[in-house]
Ligand binder design. Structure first.
Ligand code: ADP
Length: 676
């Protein structure tokens, strides 16, 4: 299927149809920005890649795009549109405001068995579907599972996936993925079956959910590989016998003795409390064309329904595909299947669907900078609501063309129920539990086996060891009123107490938020509780329904932040004098302190010791660590902010780049050493 390719017009095609907001993540290849589709008002994630930077990795992106075009499932992040220019590739994706599953785990230390089951069933569902389509994911880890607005998981990052021509039972040779999640046969460089390797990674992932750390972990890659090939790990004492059994079945060194995805669908542990197997078939098969969406598009395009259907069925992943899939997404969430009305006075010729919006917002986009938006956020709020999935006409899963184990037998009787239910809600997971400690792990396995020590993976990135690399710098300026980086140079940003920085912009926003923080569980920060944070995003989420103004608020907040940033200095002045007042979310670590300047000072004094470069913009510290060859190995933000009720200081953390577990250890180290 062709992609939409525009020559020499850079991001024009993108800006014609989308508003582009701030960066919400970045990965090995890409920067991901929040966007809004103008015609439907739907939020999207826009993954932006520069071809020059991709170099040898360009084929990976092509692989990812082709895979995502073929995959349509409730637990796989949906691709809406691909725009390729001579220099860039834009992938417009389903937006997942809940962030990475990884961040969710570290915020909660670990998840209860019940909550793990909710997520694990969704992971099994996604993997069974992906395998049924002939793909192995090969990079399954909590960073590649995002949480959507209904707290459901969506699988991303298909850049390393494989689709063997003869079906998934054919052996693969390429060694890829993240070492800690890689199956023994993979790191030993043996031929392997993709679906079997994915099951191993699912075991590692499930362990990480339940424990908050990895089963196989070591700074030394040879030791790590040895641990993996031996397959020995310690089961902490809080794991139930049933959980230990399932983990053991997934993390079997011999892939032939490993449980299969098909067996996982109705595994007793997976079925517990549900009494029903995992529904893995697609609830959104592409072969089913929704009549309501077609009607709305046909009216808007002034075409016949037949020709509109034919156009959609081409699946070009151009703007037509995007409109159709975004309308469908609206419908599935109970929103009206409506495109935005044409601007007043607009004649036929300027129908948005014919030409793209002629009345483009004053939107400037740069490849390197965050997109700058001038526009009304009313548009955002107009479309933000909290409709969960609701019933829509049922259809049989005609899109299913394989089996959950990925074999090529086309017989779908084994797995396709004739009727499917739309509601994807799961029982409300238990959320409260005691804070675990790593030392509590019981050692019930011995590491006595020898391994061949034949490893095919490159060494994992060396974690930034704060102790080893500590480079005390007593000269660091710790007052919050100075904008410094570790080189001692002044950054462009202005001080928290200065006259014109972003840090002055917080007061206004503070007034616009903090509506429902009364019922929060507040956990004061202590070294013992390190990464334990508030979990606001899921509070009030019982029954699977999201409260109005819940998680979506975070992105609105960011949008507002951006708009305020756009104001001229004179307008900005006086808006904010202190740290931002934010709603507690699970990426915010609470302190027991009330003075934000003191907290900022404490963090500032620690960063140089941990070998972390930073620039300060008001109360936000943009941090980086560097590798041996002058490459940035880790990028993250720490923002000192104020919580309300009680008015305590919080530290918002956001990983932008780098290994998730190294980031976890580093940030925990910084925050606990800061004694905040
Ligand atoms: P790469 O392919 O370069 O590794 P990813 O696809 O992993 O990039 O995206 C990088 C990060 O951007 C993710 O870890 C996530 O935090 C964020 N991100 C990616 N896709 C989405 C999305 N659909 N919704 C919200 N955030 C996203």
């Amino acid at each position: 299927m062709p992609t939409e390719r525009t020559k020499d017009h850079g991001a024009e095609e993108l800006h014609k149809h989308y508003r582009v907001y701030e960066t919400i993540g970045s990965g090995g290849f890409a920067k991901v920005k929040l966007g809004q589709h103008i015609l439907t008002g739907e939020k999207v994630a826009i993954k932006i890649m520069n071809k020059k930077d991709l170099a040898d990795d360009l084929p990976r992106v092509k692989v990812e795009i082709e895979a995502m075009k073929n995959l349509s499932h409730q637990h796989v992040c949906r691709l809406y549109q691909v725009i390729e220019t001579s220099t860039q590739i834009f992938m417009v994706l389903e937006y997942c405001p809940g962030g990475e599953l990884f961040d969710y785990i570290i915020a909660k230390d670990r998840l209860s068995e019940e909550e793990t089951r909710v997520f694990f069933r969704q992971i099994v569902s996604a993997m069974a579907y992906v395998h049924s389509q002939g793909y192995a994911h090969r990079d399954l880890k909590p960073e590649n599972l995002l949480i959507d607005e209904d707290h459901n998981l969506k699988l991303i990052d298909f850049g390393l996936c494989a689709r063997p021509k003869g079906g998934l039972s054919y052996e693969l040779m390429t060694c890829c993925g993240s070492p800690a999640y890689a199956a023994p046969e993979l790191i030993q460089g043996k031929a392997y079956i993709g679906s079997e390797a994915d099951v191993w990674s699912m075991g590692v992932l499930m362990f990480a959910l339940l424990c908050g750390y990895l089963p196989f972990d070591d700074d030394n890659c040879m030791i790590l590989y040895r641990k993996i090939t031996r397959g020995k790990y310690d089961n902490p004492r809080w794991l139930s016998p049933g959980t230990i059994l399932l983990l053991n079945q997934m993390m079997q060194v011999d892939p032939k003795r490993r449980v299969t995805v098909r067996q996982l669908l109705d595994h007793p542990w997976v079925m517990k409390d549900y009494n029903s197997p995992v529904e893995w078939f697609s609830k959104q098969p592409l072969c089913h064309i929704d009549e309501d969406c077609i009607t709305e598009m046909a009216v808007n395009m002034k075409r016949s329904r037949e020709s509109t259907t034919a156009l959609v069925k081409e699946w070009r992943y151009d703007h037509t595909t995007a409109i159709y899939l975004l309308l469908l997404s609206k419908k599935q969430r109970g929103k009206p299947v409506r495109l935005r009305p044409e601007p007043a006075g607009c004649e036929d010729s300027c129908s948005p669907l014919h030409q793209g919006l002629q009345t483009r917002e004053a939107l400037h986009f740069s490849e390197d900078e965050d997109a700058v938006i001038v526009g009304s956020l009313d548009l955002c709020s107009e479309y933000i609501d909290d409709c969960p999935w609701v019933s829509v006409p049922q259809h049989t899963p005609q899109g299913v063309r394989g089996r959950p184990d990925g074999t090529t037998n086309k017989d779908t009787r084994l797995t396709s129920p004739s009727v499917e239910r739309r509601c994807a809600y799961s029982p409300n997971p238990e959320r409260g539990r005691a804070t675990p400690r790593r030392q509590e792990r019981g050692e019930n396995k011995e590491n006595k086996e020898n391994s061949g020590d034949i490893f095919a993976l490159p060494p994992p990135r060396t974690p930034v060891s704060s102790k080893k690399n500590a480079r005390p710098n007593k000269n660091v300026l710790t007052t919050p009123n100075q904008n410094t980086n570790t080189s001692g140079t002044k950054s462009n940003a202005v001080t928290p107490k200065g006259g014109s920085s972003a840090s002055k912009e917080h007061n206004k926003k503070g007034a616009a938020e903090n509506k429902d923080s009364a019922n929060l569980e507040i956990l004061a920060f202590s070294p013992e509780r390190r990464s334990r944070s508030l979990d606001m995003a899921v509070k009030g989420d019982s029954g699977g329904k999201k409260k109005r103004g819940g998680k979506v608020f975070g992105s609105l907040e960011r949008g507002l932040d951006k708009v305020i940033t756009m104001l001229t200095p004179s307008k900005r002045r006086g808006l904010r004098d202190g740290p931002r007042k934010i709603k507690a979310q699970y990426n915010v670590t609470l302190t027991s302190q009330t003075n934000p300047d003191q907290v900022l000072n404490q963090i500032l004094s620690i960063l140089p010791e941990k070998n972390i470069d930073f620039t300060q913009q008001g109360y936000t510290l943009k941090c980086q660590t560097w590798g041996d060859f002058g490459k940035v190995t880790m990028a993250f933000e720490l923002e000192v902010c104020m919580l309300q009720r009680p008015e305590v200081v919080g530290v918002r953390r956001q990983r932008l780049k780098g290994d998730a577990w190294v980031y976890k250890h580093l940030v925990e180290d910084v925050l606990s050493t800061s004694r905040i």
